[in-house]
Design a protein around this ligand. Structure first.
Ligand SMILES: C[S@@+](CC[C@H](N)C(=O)[O-])C[C@H]1O[C@@H](n2cnc3c(N)ncnc32)[C@H](O)[C@@H]1O
Length: 304
């Protein structure tokens, strides 16, 4: 495993995540990661370029990562994993493999499941195309699950750091002080003053909405200018940013073991968190370096 590049707050490593355990520095990394945020290669029926496993092989692979992930995580740290949906081959039937993967990872690492999140991507292209576009017997598959796990049921977390702006109607209500209190059909009893304190924003839900349509950001421009392939599964920055703000403090350490275009490392850098990213494909590293202003160390070829 080699350092591909370094920035003010982080390091991108070139290699396979599983090799991290054999690094000399591993002892100092154990128990030191405050947040592992990642989107591992998904279980697919058709192999993507970066070599996803399929079926039972995928379950064994994801479970085999769990001890290393648990070992790296601090006692109050969080593991946040995006696991995409999958479909069985040749049938309009969803595969249960993503759910089985979550259970395999959770069991093998002894993790607690803190909360399930849904990432809704309104711009997702219709898929699976055969069933959605051609035969018109399914609707667009447009969200993925993001599973927040931890070693204890009380990892560090603060939803005050991720408040949404108040809606117009809430702002109006706060200004006027008028609303209907009393019992609601849902059986909730709304007190006379419950909605009158200004908490500087509303508590977000576990449905996160973000499109990855950006075709003219710094990363894509850098890739285009240098003739580098744009990562096919890059995440919009809003998603890692949300979890970094929610689950870490400044100077905490964030790891992405399958970093792709390094959206996690870049989000961490912007938010003043230390970060470590691992990616096995040199070409994706060659593109991700272009996200950053200040790069202090760069391995020579092929990092342009
Ligand atoms: C789903 S993509 C991650 C996308 C990333 N979240 C982003 O925003 O760009 C998964 C990445 O894991 C990499 N990968 C696959 N197996 C790996 C391994 N054993 N160690 C490190 N990286 C690996 C793939 O090359 C791919 O870029």
């Amino acid at each position: 495993m080699k350092v591909a590049y370094k920035t003010t707050y982080g390091k991108a490593l070139h290699g396979h995540f599983q090799e991290l355990g054999s690094l000399k520095k591993y002892a100092s990394l154990k128990g030191s990661i405050n947040l592992i945020f990642t989107s591992p290669p998904f279980a697919l029926n058709r192999k993507k370029k970066y070599g996803n496993y399929t079926g039972k092989e995928y379950l064994d692979w994801i479970a085999s990562l769990a001890p290393l992930l648990a070992d790296l995580l601090s006692e109050d740290g969080s593991l946040v994993v995006e696991i995409g949906n999958a479909w069985t081959s040749g049938e309009p039937e969803m595969s249960t493999l993503p759910i089985e993967s979550l259970l395999a990872l959770k069991k093998a690492g002894g993790f607690k499941l803190c909360q399930q999140f849904v990432w809704f991507n309104p711009a997702k292209l219709p898929s699976p195309a055969q069933w959605v576009n051609v035969e018109r017997v399914r609707v667009k598959d447009s969200f993925t699950n993001i599973w927040w796990m931890s070693r204890s049921a009380h990892p560090k977390a603060n939803n005050r750091n991720v408040l949404d702006d108040y809606s117009k109607s809430m702002k109006k209500l706060l200004a006027s002080g008028k609303y209907n209190h009393g019992r609601r059909p849902s059986q909730h009893n709304i007190g006379e003053r419950s909605f009158l304190s200004d908490n500087h924003g509303s508590i977000p839900s576990n449905v996160l909405i973000a499109s990855n349509t950006s075709s003219n950001d710094r990363y894509t421009r850098y890739c285009k200018d240098n003739g580098i392939e744009i990562h096919p599964a890059r995440m919009p920055l809003d998603i890692p940013e949300f979890f970094i703000k929610f689950l870490t403090n400044e100077s905490d350490l964030v790891l992405d073991p399958f970093s792709g275009s390094n959206s996690t490392g870049y989000a961490a850098e912007k938010l003043g968190r230390k970060w470590l990213s691992v990616e096995c494909n040199e070409l994706y590293l060659a593109g991700s370096v272009g996200r950053f202003d200040k790069v202090s160390h760069r391995n020579s070829t092929p990092y342009v």
